[in-house]
Design a protein around this ligand. Sequence first.
Ligand SMILES: [Mg+2]
Length: 321
Amino acid sequence: MPDTSGTVVVVDDDDATRALIARWLEKAGLTVVTASSGADALAKLDGLDFVHCMVLDVMMPGMTGVEVLQTLDAEGRLGQLHVMMLTAHATDDQDLVRAMELGASDYMVKPFSGPVLVARVKAIVTRAERARIASERLRAAEQHATIDPLTGLYNRRNFERVLHEAASRARRHKAPCAVVMLDIDHFKSINDTLGHTEGDRVLVLIAEVIRQSLRGEDHAFRYGGEEFALLLPGADRHNATIAIERMRTALARRPHLAKSGVTRAITFSAGVAAVDTSTDFTESGVVDAADRALYRAKHAGRNRTEVDAASDEVLPRVSSA
Ligand SMILES: [Mg+2]
């Protein structure tokens, strides 16, 4: 059998049994954390990143093994956890049935043989490790599919999902949320005169400026070729406009330096729209409003921010052309 490594939590109220099982499993190369009660087990699980297997005694004073499983289940923490129950001959079958229904993987009846217990725990650990690797790969693949490789920002594919989440939160908390559409000015001319490689570097530059200007809870997306979308939860039109002007100032300080040595000032136009504290909005409506404001910014001469006309607040007109 190949080497197995993993973390096992051993829960038993009987000191001798607990110590014996821990010694067997440690000898087999496993990392063991012990707990002497249900409450102790719940606390220990909290502090561990990943547990490959929990060996769980059924009969314990205070909180039985089945109650431990019920608690974990109610808190939604049982999902990835593989559990092996330990029972005595005297144990009511009902407890075992309930444990298996809750998702326990296996059980052993006391008194048990060390080698068999170790073999079964190792089999569980191997399965758990495979599942952990698979779910990590899946997460990495999902991450990969939603990131724009050039700028490292989320791509458009992820925009609708994140927008939907942000809108739901805004409705639930009656909190504002701003949507900004941002487009690099004269990008075609940058590509035409400096080449596409420099165009790509300009996109990277803008993405950096955006990232540095946002708060941790904000989201930035590469929406299209030279178009970016920003989601600013908690921000109204006014706050969003301030954030965008911060980006404009930062960008003005960092003209693009082409590999040829030529520098070129980069500017953008932006349209701001926001969900206010009312719940009467549609997600596409907010995006359309930001798009219309962006269109106005382009037509008013570029290098400026326009705010959605539906605003009920009086806002300073912002431009720095
Ligand atoms: Mg016991």
